[in-house]
Design a protein around this ligand. Structure first.
Ligand code: GLC
Length: 424
């Protein structure tokens, strides 16, 4: 496949998975893309953002705008937006989704879930704005974005240190990432039914507490300061600050200062000098969770992170045969971790290669001038797609495709293909 053929194949998948309609309840047309028409029928928060990265890379700005408008169409007055938006398909996809719904709301009308997901959304508006210079769209979205980020800071910066805590593994977007095992009380090892009950049990408990954040903060059953989420939070506060600056909004300085505070907090709390890695922190105990997953690299994408950390981290971990260097990198947990399982499994993010991780780390490596390592990831993406198509995830040794077919996020490859020194 040539690069242009890859682009056309991605465009076809996104168009085929586009879902449009009109909501009587919200008195608005809606338009979103299903990550997979069979397994993931809803509008998901961070999936929508990833779709916008892909759409803008394909010059589909109008469709990108529609997706973002729909993402904010159900926004609460206080700024909250849930991680799943049920438009016409109001039934849960899985029975466990019921525990992620907001108590007291009518499940059989269009609604949002009670969870959040990584907030890539300010960057998406920035992407759209830089591609269109559509000031009207920016003026429409900016107040919504500000309310959303203000909600996050107010309700999820639980310890007042600037960092966001998540209350269930699913809020990371990397559902079964092995760092969460010890927080839910699952012994280190390959996932099994016991892990399932532990994680679902946590969601059921949150639901029974009616998702009241004051109670959950006090009980500290599951509170994690996750590296991926906080990296994205910092990046997006920066993007929000820049957007404010573009329109002369005086809040620019406030968001930029918040972003810097998140970055400083991450270095202080999450960076482990001995292991040269950024680790998730269990906010219940204050301890770092020493499991090597690709998110150890995520903060490298943040401007202003000291060079000394960058070099130490990349040199030590990226090319190690016993960790992340496989035939088709990057595996979603280091090979030498007891939880590592390269095969298809309902317990996602525990061994196979995800194009999302490669896309994210590609940006880190590219920006930090590790071009050989970055090129290797780009080659991997091409090979995976060539060999196995656009699948949800892949075997890191054989490249075999697993999970959903025609999975939209694997289209992030087109954003990688567009990345140049100017766009970074
Ligand atoms: C899986 C992913 C999650 C995503 C959802 C829809 O649960 O782990 O990140 O939002 O699918 O694609």
């Amino acid at each position: 496949m040539t690069d242009d053929q890859i682009r056309e194949a991605v465009r076809d998948i996104l168009k085929a998975n586009t879902h449009e309609g009109y909501s009587e309840q919200f008195q608005t047309p809606y338009c979103y893309i299903q990550p997979s028409t069979s397994t993931y029928p809803f509008q998901y928060f961070w999936d929508t953002c990833l779709h916008v990265f892909i759409l803008t890379a394909l010059d589909e700005h109008k469709l990108a705008q529609q997706n973002i408008r729909s993402l904010f169409a159900m926004q609460d007055d206080d700024g909250y937006v849930g991680h799943m938006l049920h438009w016409s398909r109001v039934r849960p996809a899985k029975w466990t989704d019921i525990f992620q719904s907001r108590p007291g709301r009518k499940l059989f009308r269009p609604h949002m879930s009670a969870l959040i997901q990584p907030p890539l959304v300010a960057q998406t508006v920035q992407r759209i704005y830089s591609g269109t210079q559509d000031r009207e769209f920016l003026d429409e979205m900016l107040p919504k974005l500000k309310r959303y980020f203000d909600w996050l800071a107010k309700h999820r910066d639980i310890d007042g240190d600037g960092l966001i805590s998540i209350i269930t593994p699913f809020e990371s977007g990397m559902d079964w990432k092995p760092t969460f095992d010890q927080v839910v009380g699952f012994p280190r090892g390959v996932a099994n039914r016991r892990l399932f009950w532990r994680v679902v049990g946590n969601d059921a408990r949150n639901f029974l507490h009616r998702y009241k954040i004051e109670t959950l903060a006090q009980k500290r059953y599951f509170l994690v300061k996750e590296v991926g989420f906080n990296t994205i939070y910092s990046q997006n506060l920066t993007a929000l600050g820049q957007l404010c600056e573009d329109v002369g909004d005086p809040d620019a300085a406030r968001y930029t200062a918040m972003a810097d505070r998140v970055t400083r907090g991450m270095i202080e709390l999450m960076y482990d000098e001995e292991d040269t890695a950024f680790y998730d922190v269990d906010a219940g105990t204050g301890e770092k969770i020493r499991v090597l997953t690709p998110t150890i690299f995520f903060p490298l994408v943040i401007r202003g992170l000291p060079e000394s950390i960058t070099e130490a981290l990349i040199d030590r971990h990226i090319s190690r045969k016993d960790e992340f260097d496989t035939e088709y990198p990057i595996p979603s947990v280091a090979k030498n971790d007891p939880s590592f399982n390269p095969h298809e499994s309902e317990y996602l993010w525990r061994g196979p290669t995800w194009i999302f991780y490669n896309w994210f780390i590609y940006q880190c490596l590219f920006y930090r001038d590790y071009r050989d390592e970055a090129n290797k990831l780009e080659d991997t993406m091409r090979k995976l797609i060539q060999q196995s198509g656009f699948r949800e995830y892949y075997n890191p040794f054989t490249g075999e495709g697993y999970g959903a077919e025609n999975f939209t996020w694997s289209g992030l490859v087109v954003d990688m293909l567009n990345l140049t020194d100017e766009t970074m």
